[in-house]
Write a protein that binds this ligand. Structure first.
Ligand SMILES: [Zn+2]
Length: 171
């Protein structure tokens, strides 16, 4: 039995997982290739949060300790995000679809995000993406004998990356 793409009026086969919630949720819907591309391009972790909430989220240590699901579950939000970014099978991180920083218009949240990622405001999208891959590989529990000691750091990096993707992604 084939699963049909969950996108409205789509009849293609649904084979790609799209998370339904921000948290470490196992809930997702299945989409076809075309629709997962659209989903990944538009999906934004920070949607419906104001700047203050986003800033709090990035800075707050408390946020990270609410998680009840085991870190490393192949279906949780962060894994979906990492896998999308690391593998980029869908080719959604093409440089051409991102703009450069306009320094005058940079928000404090963007500056914080760059700092978390050990980058400066000269950085272009391509370098942000490469740096993200580098940091995820460095701090991922799989690369540290399953140790969760870098969990908070890794989550902050992931959120910072999401923030920069939001700022630089062309609408
Ligand atoms: Zn579809």
């Amino acid at each position: 039995m084939k699963i049909i793409c969950d996108w409205e009026n789509c009849k293609e086969q649904g084979v790609y997982k799209a998370p339904l919630e921000r948290d470490n949720s196992k809930r997702y819907r299945l989409l076809c290739l075309n629709h997962i591309k659209i989903f990944n391009k538009n999906w934004n972790y920070f949607e419906n949060m104001n700047d203050q909430e986003i800033e709090y989220f990035i800075k707050s240590d408390l946020t990270w300790h609410k998680s009840t699901k085991k870190f490393g579950s192949s279906e949780n939000f962060f894994n979906v995000l990492w896998n999308n970014a690391l593998e980029d099978k869908l080719n959604i991180f093409k440089t051409s679809s991102f703009k450069e920083f306009k320094k005058a218009k940079m928000s404090q949240t963007d500056r914080d995000a760059l700092q978390v990622m050990e980058l400066n405001d000269e950085t272009k999208w391509e370098q942000i993406h490469l740096k993200f891959k580098e940091l995820v590989k460095k701090y991922h529990p799989d690369k540290n004998q399953g140790s969760k000691k870098y969990e908070d750091k890794l989550k902050k990096i992931t959120l910072a990356y999401s923030q920069l993707k939001k700022t630089l992604g062309k609408k």
